[in-house]
Design a protein around this ligand. Structure first.
Ligand code: PLP
Length: 451
């Protein structure tokens, strides 16, 4: 691919994540590319940084559906009116989900999806007369969103710790299931046993206190596309059923074909009770999230007669429903779930050819959801010093060469380690996947030459 040097623009009015940074000015998107003001095309290997643009940028059918619905009726409250477009969409959404998920509603993003999923699980227990259940069982090395509750139930140390003073502190955090970084002396089976033992002890100690177990089927930004051991979720589900603890799958990144299945939990036996969705659900065309609930969750709530104790101005509005429906059309018509599995396997294979590069420790993931972890010492898996910012430097080197990647840190217990997350649009071609691999190889070489 041709080398490009981004044209830097200082943001004067934006509250930035990094006050000293400057960024290329972007003006358009087209399929797997985004385009800057000078007409330079960047191959989007990150799906708009964080696994959003599953159907690609600038899709005309979704843009048309958005405009049509905006002209017809953008918004109405669900406690006063219902609408055909909303009912049709929710039906389509439930049909797209695994068997038994027959009720859903939409909100504005992933954080709200997590908040609503936790509230729904809480209400499930309240409907059963249980008032002592106020704790969520999360995991370290997981990100579930940026509200105080989502940060609290999540376990991404660098983002969480700053707000500790605002958190209730009652939620519980298990170890992540991270097979590649398991203790060297444990086989994969023994490692899985140790995690299940840990969870069993916590659940026994907090019997009748836990609402739900919350986990990403494949951990995204926090760890870099880490899939669990094969029977981990099946065994966690058995434990959860023993204690009537609901399982919430955080499908915010892994849903809508990202991992080569409609939902990530489908790789691991479909044990979830509630699916929290966002990102790929609208492909970024409107801010959108959804909670999809299994019948077994709704049954006691409906029987209690108490409506779901939630609801926001933009819940279930026609505009969002029309976009969601158009996105599902694209996913189905263009067979993007299958494409994610097929082209994702090709990209995975290509990234694996970089394993012999200095600094590359692991390549992992499922479908079009892949991670590359950097290590200073391949034998011991010791990470680079955080101050070196290796992943950030590789990200910058790749951007200069025309490929957008997503650098993350805190791979090892939240404080050390870095990785890149790959989540390109599912419309990516095999040739474009090869371009990503070529650019990444050259970028890693360039960074390692000076590290
Ligand atoms: C797994 C996961 N859950 C939840 C969220 C929060 O989603 P949002 O940023 O749309 O609020 C994210 C965001 O990156 C995520 O990756």
């Amino acid at each position: 691919m041709p080398s490009v040097r981004p044209r830097h623009v200082i943001h004067s009015h934006l509250v930035c994540a990094d006050y000293d940074a400057s960024y290329p000015e972007i003006v358009a998107g087209e399929g797997a590319y985004v385009i800057d003001r000078d007409g330079r095309r960047y191959l989007d290997a990150s799906g708009c940084t964080a696994a959003v643009t599953n159907i690609g940028h600038g899709h005309p059918a979704v843009a048309a559906a958005l405009a049509r619905q905006a002209q017809t009726l953008a918004v109405h409250p669900t406690h006063v009116f219902h609408s055909e477009v909303l009912e049709r969409y929710l039906g389509r959404l439930c049909a797209f989900a695994p068997e038994g998920f027959n009720r859903a509603w939409t909100i504005c993003g992933g954080t709200e999806a997590i908040e609503n999923a936790v509230k729904l699980a809480y209400q499930y227990h309240r409907a059963k007369g249980r008032t002592s259940r106020t704790r969520v069982l999360g995991r370290r090395g997981s990100y579930h969103g940026n509200s105080i509750l989502a940060l609290d139930v999540g376990g991404l140390k660098p983002r969480r710790d700053f707000y500790l003073g605002l958190m209730g502190g009652q939620h519980l955090h298990l170890s992540p299931c991270f097979p590649w970084r398991r203790p060297a002396e444990l086989s994969e089976e023994a490692y899985e046993d140790s995690l299940i033992d840990e969870a069993a002890k916590v659940l026994a100690q907090h019997d009748d206190e836990v609402i739900a177990f919350l986990a990403e089927p494949v951990v995204g930004a926090a760890l870099g596309a880490v899939a669990p051991t094969p029977r981990y979720f099946e065994r966690m589900a058995a434990l959860c059923r023993e204690h009537d603890v609901l399982m919430i799958a955080d499908e915010v990144m892994t849903g809508f074909g990202r991992t080569g299945r409609a939902f990530g939990c489908e790789h691991f036996g479909n044990h979830a009770d509630i699916l929290a969705c966002a990102k790929g659900i609208s492909g970024g065309y409107v801010p959108m999230g959804a909670v999809i609930a299994h019948d077994r969750v709704l049954e006691p709530i409906v029987r209690s007669g108490l409506p779901f104790q939630s609801g926001q101005t933009y819940s279930c509005i026609p505009l969002v429903a029309a976009v969601g429906e158009a996105v599902l059309d694209v996913i189905e018509d263009e067979r993007l779930v299958e494409a994610s599995a097929r082209v994702g396997a090709h990209l995975h294979e290509g990234l694996c050819t970089l394993l012999d590069r200095r600094g590359v420790g692991d390549v992992r993931g499922l479908g079009m959801f892949l991670g590359v972890e950097f290590v200073q010492d391949e034998a011991t898996k010791a990470p680079f010093e955080p101050a070196l910012g290796v992943a950030k430097k590789v990200q910058a080197a790749a951007l200069e060469r025309g490929v957008v990647t997503y650098a993350c840190r805190g791979t090892v217990e939240g404080t050390q380690g870095d990785h890149l997350l790959f989540a390109p649009p599912l419309v990516l071609s095999k040739g474009q996947a090869d371009d990503i691999v070529d650019v990444l190889g050259a970028s890693i070489d360039a960074v390692m030459a000076t590290t």
